[in-house]
Design a protein. Structure first.
Length: 137
């Protein structure tokens, strides 16, 4: 399990497995967001399986699926709401972590400048330059 910390309150990861969620809780996370649609890839755990494992580990679980480069406003709003309303750090995952960090940057739950969001992502190993115009930077 590879977790990339973006801020004190947010991190991203590539695909998690149900057995990872106990460790996620042990690392102090309060919530998990899955940004993958079910069935995107063979062998990927379904969201309901991940939800049960997360809840058993004491984590809240949110399924906000997005595909490809599409980031609908409803998904951005839902992502931001989870980030703002969760009492504790949030870990979001998708296939590689890229969609999750892009959703976080677009939702701007931490009220950061475009440059701060781009730099935080860069330090976590992700390139948000394709979103620069959309982020206002």
């Amino acid at each position: 399990m590879k977790i990339s910390r973006v801020t004190d309150s947010f991190a991203v990861a590539p695909q998690l497995s149900p057995s990872d969620l106990g460790s996620v809780a042990d690392e102090g996370f309060a919530a998990v967001i899955c940004n993958r649609p079910d069935g995107e890839e063979a062998g990927q755990p379904a969201a309901d399986v991940m939800r049960r494992a997360a809840e058993e580990a004491g984590l809240s679980f949110h399924h906000i699926p997005v595909t490809g480069g599409a980031f609908p406003e409803a998904a951005i709003d839902a992502f931001g709401k989870v980030r703002r309303e969760t009492n504790g750090p949030v870990l979001a995952y998708c296939r590689s972590g890229t969609r999750s960090i892009m959703l976080d940057a677009l939702s701007n739950a931490d009220d950061l400048s475009a440059q701060e969001r781009i730099e935080n992502a860069r330090q976590a190993g992700y390139d948000l330059s394709p979103l620069r115009d959309r982020l206002g930077g």
